[in-house]
Write a protein that binds this ligand. Structure first.
Ligand code: ADE
Length: 233
């Protein structure tokens, strides 16, 4: 009888940062930690200063034409990305920056099916535009506000992707019921006790009538979405 052996090939995510300390804990807990332990994902953080220009650890400089803020230089980034690209082919080289398309569930779904990605994080005033022109295949913002650096944005992008890698979430946590997966916000959820200080859980949820419960959840999701995020409808 034929035997099929499936080898699990983890999704590889390389993150390039000038402040690796900021990315120490986000991947060491909860679902992302488990995804790594189970071999679904491999997340490697690279310190851009290992590719610095000189012994002073220089990775940035003043911008041409004047203006406040330092700009990450092309050379250290080129060295780091080129070294990574010698080892494997990358599906996407992502730069997280506020001046980009905002991350949504559709993008997270698409990225969760990739094999190898690099995420470059900016700091200070950003990166030399030539980095974006030469290496970057995709740019992502996590919202219309400016963070001090791209590290927290990278952590958000990684978390949103890794939990969607097929197999990472069990049935009981299925990502299919997340907010946004069907274009709507999630309905409200309740747990025990069924009554707390006179505040009751909606009767329908205790009825055991699954089709009716599903109907109620759908209705609640629509009401919530209309009230909070009408732009999604
Ligand atoms: N870097 C700084 N702010 C950011 C944002 N809103 N999204 C992605 N990267 C960023």
């Amino acid at each position: 009888m034929a035997k099929y052996i499936f080898y699990l090939c983890p999704m590889r995510i390389d993150i390039i940062t000038a402040v690796p300390e900021l990315l120490q804990s986000p991947f060491e807990f909860s679902i992302v930690k488990r995804a790594q332990e189970k071999g679904f994902a491999e997340i490697i953080v690279h310190n851009l200063r290992d590719f610095a220009l000189n012994k002073y650890g220089q990775i940035d400089d003043y911008q041409f034409g004047g203006g406040a803020g330092m700009v990450l230089m092309i050379e250290p980034i080129d060295k780091c990305i080129s070294q990574l690209m010698e080892q494997r082919n990358y599906d996407e080289i992502i730069y997280v920056t506020p001046d980009a398309q905002v991350l949504n569930q559709k993008t997270a779904n698409t990225l969760s099916l990739k094999e190898n990605i690099i995420i470059l994080t900016g700091h200070y005033k950003g990166v030399d535009q030539r980095v974006r022109d030469k290496f970057i295949t995709m740019e992502i913002s996590i919202g219309d506000y400016v963070l001090s650096g791209g590290e927290l944005a990278a952590a958000v992008v990684v978390d949103s992707i890794v939990r969607l890698i097929p197999g990472v979430l069990g049935d009981e946590q299925s990502a299919l019921t997340d907010s946004f997966q069907d274009g709507l916000l999630s309905p409200p959820v309740y747990t025990r006790p069924a009554e707390y200080k006179g505040i009751k859980v909606p009767e329908i949820l205790l009825s055991g009538n699954t089709p009716k419960i599903e109907e109620w959840r759908q209705e609640m999701a629509e009401i919530r979405t209309k009230a909070i995020r009408p732009d999604l409808i």
